[in-house]
Design a protein around this ligand. Structure first.
Ligand code: DC
Length: 223
């Protein structure tokens, strides 16, 4: 059996997760939010009160169970949807995601998930590292102001205390860490399609990608 994969990368607030969720529902594929996995590990590290700046303190990942059920991430059996969106997790996740042992473990898990199902996976290194043979790779971005506005609305809808100006600073800081880390940085894959979503409606973006993806897999099926 051959499984299909759609990879969506880009910086924070580009609209990846909303678009990826819509596409997964339309295609009846499994949606994998890899950012949620880095956030869940960060949440657990903070709970365990380990030194999060030390890459060698993350052995607990081997004993951690992360499962997606209906787009919801369960960490050791607990639905952590809200906990992983806290300001504390957001402010620490880039540091955790820069550790090589953490990345290697999560990339391995992500590749394993895609082995036996069709997936829409979003993150920062899906097209470059996790699924280099994905059937279609999209790299989405938008202006910092627009991305902060989207995060602001998302936080408000989740009931998270939020401040637009602080979000701009936080997004810039995260962009810098995510794209300048030496190991698997945020980068557009050479064969990815770039989409600037600053002035596009999220439904338009999803429809555009949907058409491109169907074209791609129909071509492959008829080969
Ligand atoms: O998409 P997000 O904001 O939930 O991602 C949280 C953090 O995880 C972000 O700062 C970058 C990191 N991340 C990563 O390094 N690689 C991924 N594949 C996904 C997320």
């Amino acid at each position: 059996m051959r499984y299909y994969a759609l990879a969506i990368d880009g910086p924070a607030g580009a609209g990846k997760s909303s678009v990826a969720k819509m596409l997964a529902a339309k295609l009846k594929y499994t949606y994998i939010d890899t950012g949620a996995m880095y956030r869940a590990i960060t949440y657990k590290a903070l709970e365990l009160k380990i030194d999060i700046s030390n890459p060698n303190e993350f052995d607990f990942i081997d004993k951690t169970i992360m499962e997606f059920k209906n787009d919801i991430l369960y960490l050791d059996g607990e639905d952590v949807t809200f906990k992983i969106r806290s300001n504390d997790v957001s402010n620490n996740v880039s540091v955790v995601a820069s550790h090589i042992p953490v990345r290697n473990k999560l990339v391995f898990l992500q590749q394993k998930i895609a082995l036996d199902r069709n997936v829409v996976m979003d993150g920062r290194d899906i097209g470059t590292v996790v699924l280099p043979n994905a059937d279609l790779k999209i790299y989405m971005s938008a202006s910092v102001e627009e991305r902060a506005r989207r995060r602001f609305e998302e936080n408000v809808s989740l009931g998270i205390d939020t401040d637009y100006q602080k979000l701009i600073i936080e997004i810039k800081r995260r962009d810098k860490i995510d794209s300048s880390r030496s190991y698997n940085p945020l980068k557009q894959a050479n064969d990815a399609i770039f989409l600037d979503t600053s002035h596009l409606d999220i439904h338009e973006v999803a429809n555009k990608i949907y058409e491109m993806f169907l074209n791609e897999i129909h071509t492959k099926r008829s080969d």
